[in-house]
Design a protein around this ligand. Structure first.
Ligand SMILES: C[S@@+](CC[C@H](N)C(=O)[O-])C[C@H]1O[C@@H](n2cnc3c(N)ncnc32)[C@H](O)[C@@H]1O
Length: 273
């Protein structure tokens, strides 16, 4: 098998990824393509990257296309990531308004930790009365990566994913131990669902949301795509709805659509009406 990657093959793979998923690799990321895609070659009966590139756009290549996008996504996430956001959600947005209904979208859910963390925080707050005890909430997690979504749906985490971001007490409280792995307890899973979704596609079928978490994904996109997605999120939010971005991400020229709020040190963006 020939594992070398020519500049032209790299450019073609990059172009494909940007077109399919919006992901921009930038220059000098050949090592990433080689390390992530080499293992796909034998399973698709390919002899090398020249073969892969030749097959990528061809008839009947959906399986290969999906596998390439899946392998090239960066699914890094962890429990209670940017915990200030969850505090803002509970103490800043819900404690005072005390809504009866709440729809949350975890728009790049990866393996599910963001969506389940939100459910854990909501359940805790409902139990101790910080938010409406009768709150009917729904959390929808979406991602383009089938492998990540499968783990999210299984709600079982092993290795680093079973500890990163969690204290021993949180592990005991919110999970069931299972042979070195941990499984999210049913009460934190029952109102969380996951589905495959590409952020480049129309959001219409998802309905409207009160809160959107779109964290640590826009960094992979071009400025134009990022702006387009932020504008479409604004339209998918209900009046007065809120958007959380990753802690290193910004609104990029969409201050006309969102008002930035700093609540106890956590940043959140409220859609302007
Ligand atoms: C780094 S993870 C972020 C996970 C989580 N939001 C967090 O902040 O911890 C980025 C996720 O975005 C997903 N992603 C990348 N491009 C996407 C696209 N076009 N549509 C939907 N999801 C995408 C990847 O599969 C990956 O799971």
């Amino acid at each position: 098998m020939n594992k070398t990657l020519t500049p032209a093959e790299y450019d073609r793979i990059h172009e494909f990824l940007e077109g399919q998923a919006g992901i921009k690799l930038g220059p000098g990321k050949e090592y990433l393509v080689i390390s992530r895609l080499t293992r796909l070659l034998p399973s698709f009966g390919l002899n090398g990257f020249a073969d892969l590139v030749a097959r990528l756009g061809g008839y009947g290549s959906i399986g290969l296309q999906t596998a390439v996008v899946d392998a090239m996504t960066t699914n890094e996430t962890f429990w209670f990531r940017d915990n200030a956001h969850f505090k803002v959600l509970i103490d800043g947005l819900l404690a005072e308004a005390r809504p009866n209904d709440l729809r949350i979208w975890s728009a790049a859910a990866s393996t599910g930790q963001e969506a389940y963390t939100a459910a854990i925080c909501l359940q805790d707050a409902m139990q101790d009365g910080r938010v409406n005890r009768m709150l009917r909430y729904e959390i929808i997690g979406t991602d383009i990566s089938p492998t990540a979504l499968q783990e999210a749906q299984g709600a079982t985490y092993c290795g680093v994913a079973a500890s990163r971001g969690l204290s021993d007490e949180q592990r005991r409280r919110y999970f069931r131990e299972q042979g070195g792995c941990i499984e999210v307890l049913p009460q934190y899973r029952q109102r969380v669902s996951f589905r495959s979704f590409n952020l480049l596609k129309s959001f219409d079928a998802l309905g409207r949301f009160d809160v959107v978490f779109c964290r640590n994904v826009l960094i992979y996109f071009s400025q134009e795509r990022k702006r387009d997605i932020i504008a479409r999120i604004a339209r998918t939010l209900k009046p007065g709805g809120h958007l959380f971005l990753g802690s290193t991400e910004s609104m990029s020229g969409h201050e006309d659509l969102f008002e930035m709020r700093n609540i106890g040190g956590g940043l959140v963006y409220r859609v302007r009406s």
